[in-house]
Ligand binder design. Structure first.
Ligand code: SAM
Ligand code: SF4
Length: 336
């Protein structure tokens, strides 16, 4: 049987890394404008350039047929896309998929959390960078903290296996909130991960001066909490610590230290159908023509995905001192 005909084909790159996790951005649009993620005035893609929800479903089905076991739906803000729930319901029924997960800013969870859980979403990452309403608005430029907090409570009530808060700390914006955000996670029984700011897309602030290292955040937390190192992983780049006596795991995602490239098991698909082999590099294969030129035949699409594995780069190359960002596209385009 040809390699691409086998339902059990495993996607493996030239460094022997098995790819069994995809992150799919279903929209570049968002109801927030976080300062580290977007410019103030964004021009979003015309609708016809964005994958339809049916195309998203087809892509995921083909990847799962190639051995992918975990799918993260992200954006932009995935839950502002009309009928996004339909997509979750379709993906949730795919044979062979083990984990359907979501990254969201939480703004729509107060009304959607329960239905997402019923559709088969097992874990959610919710971004939360400040517990101060005014500051939250400054960081997101438009966000309403109270609504996000209601969304977090709705997610807790819906019974997800795990909920993780994602926080990006920025010098002189919110770097004094590491302890408060961690205490919030402990009080609510949630995980929390601190993500170092990455130089993706051009923004208005100077990333070198806003950068807060996770080493610094960890030191601040250790002065306040008794943290115990944990060998656990979530299959991703986070290093975890535990707060004894609490449910909470405290994670640190430190892209600048290159520490996760060796075990990278993921690829990203933008809402335009571009397959990015590495978040921090420009290697890409455009899958849209394979979807649109062959609407009833998955074989060309499958072959393109298998071939793409040969150009997955060894690792990223983030450097905050560069005048230009390493990668010009925003995280909202590639999918965080
Ligand atoms: N809108 C959703 C959200 O905010 O969770 C999903 C998409 S967002 C691009 C995914 C994650 O990327 C968020 O946790 C956000 O904080 C993070 N992010 C965005 N831009 C980033 C950057 N330049 N550096 C580090 N993290 C970033
Ligand atoms: Fe939107 Fe998420 Fe980017 Fe914030 S981080 S602007 S919520 S996509």
């Amino acid at each position: 049987m040809a390699l691409h005909d086998s339902a059990s084909t495993i996607l493996t790159d030239q460094f022997g890394r098995r790819v069994d996790y995809i992150r799919l951005s279903i929209t570049d649009r968002c109801d927030f404008r976080c300062v580290y993620c977007m410019g103030e005035d964004m021009t979003f893609l015309p609708r016809e350039e964005v994958l339809t929800l049916e195309e998203c479903e087809r892509l995921v089905r083909v990847f799962v047929g190639l051995g992918v076991r975990k799918v993260r739906v992200t954006g932009g803000e995935p839950l502002v896309r009309k009928n996004a729930l339909w997509l979750f319901q379709q993906i949730g029924q795919l044979d062979g998929l083990r984990e359907l997960v979501l990254t969201t800013n939480g703004s729509q969870l107060d009304t959607q959390a329960r239905q997402l859980r019923e559709a088969g979403v097992s874990c959610i990452n919710i971004s939360l960078d400040s517990l101060d309403a005014e500051r939250f608005r400054k960081l997101t430029r438009v966000g309403d903290l109270a609504k996000v907090l209601r969304g977090i409570d709705a997610a807790r009530a819906a019974g997800f296996a795990r909920i993780r808060i994602n926080s990006v700390l920025m010098r002189d914006f919110n770097d004094d909130e590491a302890i408060a955000l961690t205490q919030f996670a402990v009080d609510k029984g949630l995980d929390i991960a601190f993500i170092e700011e990455m130089p993706l897309g051009e923004v208005t602030h100077d990333r070198a001066s806003s950068f807060v290292s996770n080493d610094e955040t960890l030191a601040a937390l250790r002065a306040h909490f008794h943290l115990v190192g944990s060998p656990e992983t979530s299959g991703g780049p986070a290093r975890y610590w535990r707060v004894p006596g609490a449910e909470t795991r405290v994670g640190f995602i430190s892209p600048h230290s290159h520490n996760f490239c060796e075990s990278c098991n993921r690829v990203r698909i933008s809402c335009k159908g571009e397959l990015f082999l590495c978040l921090g590099q420009n290697d890409v294969v455009n899958l849209m023509p394979f979807l649109r030129d062959h609407p009833a035949d998955d074989a060309p699409l499958r072959a393109a995905i298998i071939n793409a594995m040969t150009i997955k780069p060894k690792g990223h190359d983030f450097d905050l001192r560069r005048a230009q960002p390493a990668v010009m596209r925003f995280m909202s385009v590639t999918g965080g």
